[in-house]
Design a protein around this ligand. Structure first.
Ligand SMILES: [Zn+2]
Length: 302
């Protein structure tokens, strides 16, 4: 008898309620990379990272890296935070991302979430890395044709000036090709600025020089979109002082990670990160001198 196995299938779209807002998580894609220590804890001992992996039943070597984008429907406005990997893996004439990024499925999965690309009113960029700006354009055209754009002023300035470390030169090329064309009509913001009623930017610089996190609040319910402040749910929380290879300024990134993890744990607010396990929404609790990720179950869906 032929096998009836269908292969792995995981949730890709999740719609939750935060007060009067709907929070939609969409899995742009996922890819397996190696290794946990090299990527997220270069300044750690192998044994310490292996212990964290074991405590979470994870392989200490290869790990699955998810890319989760967040859409917020405030009831009046549809706001998309970052655009995923887009067509970078297939190739847009810059670099070779085939080993680094999945094919971006965000635009396609919007339909499953109940929206059309034309429905997106605002695209907000948390920062300028390829997996966040990759889907701004598809087939050479704006992927969200009716959107207005919001970017961090410091982040834009950094990429335009071009004084980037060698490993990020290709990232700059991607930014200039896909994001810079929107810069002249974008609203440029900084920490403390409001994107729309209930959504306010917070300083999260370090992973990139102008990274912004976003505090979202509706009817007293609160969520912090921390973008890439903490990148691996187990390793980055188990020791916020460990260095992620993709953090531009390691010291500043560690400070931002500690500050934001402390905030969400102390104030007991929901968190969502672009690389947290789908649907990327969870809770951060203190564990000794560090933290632990507690994934959401049904709290925002009842
Ligand atoms: Zn990222």
């Amino acid at each position: 008898m032929p096998s009836r196995q269908q292969g792995v299938r995981v949730p890709e779209v999740c719609r939750l309620r935060l007060g009067g807002f709907e929070i939609v998580s969409i899995l742009d894609g996922a890819i397996v990379r190696s290794t946990l220590r090299e990527r997220f804890a270069a300044n750690a001992e192998d044994a310490d990272v292996a212990a964290v992996a074991a405590a979470h039943k994870l392989d200490p070597g290869p790990f699955q890296h998810p890319f989760v984008m967040t859409l917020i429907d405030t009831g009046r406005e549809l706001v998309l935070f970052d655009t995923g990997c887009g067509e970078l893996r297939a190739g847009i004439g810059i670099g070779d991302f085939s080993a680094a990024l999945p094919h971006g499925r965000l635009a396609k999965l919007l339909a499953a979430a109940g929206y059309r690309p034309e429905d997106v009113d605002t695209v907000v960029l948390t920062h300028g890395h390829p997996d966040h700006v990759g889907g701004l354009m598809l087939g050479g055209r704006p992927a969200y044709p009716n959107a207005r754009y919001v970017m961090g002023a410091a982040e834009l300035d950094f990429w335009v000036k071009g004084n980037v470390r060698p490993a990020c030169k290709i990232h700059r090329e991607v930014f200039m090709k896909l994001a810079y064309p929107f810069a002249d009509r974008a609203r440029l913001i900084g920490p403390g600025d409001e994107v729309t009623s209930g959504v306010r930017a917070l300083d999260a610089a370090g992973h990139s020089p102008g990274q912004l996190a976003f505090h979202v609040e509706s009817e007293g319910q609160r969520l912090l979109l921390w973008a890439d402040v903490a990148i691996h749910y187990a390793v980055s929380l188990a020791n916020p002082g460990w260095h992620a290879d993709v953090d531009d300024d390691k010291t500043q990134a560690v400070a931002a990670r500690k500050r934001i993890l402390d905030m969400v744990a102390t104030e007991r607010i929901w968190a969502a990160g672009a690389h947290m396990p789908f649907p990327s929404v969870g809770w951060v609790e203190r564990a000794g001198s560090a933290y632990r990720w507690v994934p959401i179950s049904y709290q925002l869906s009842v």
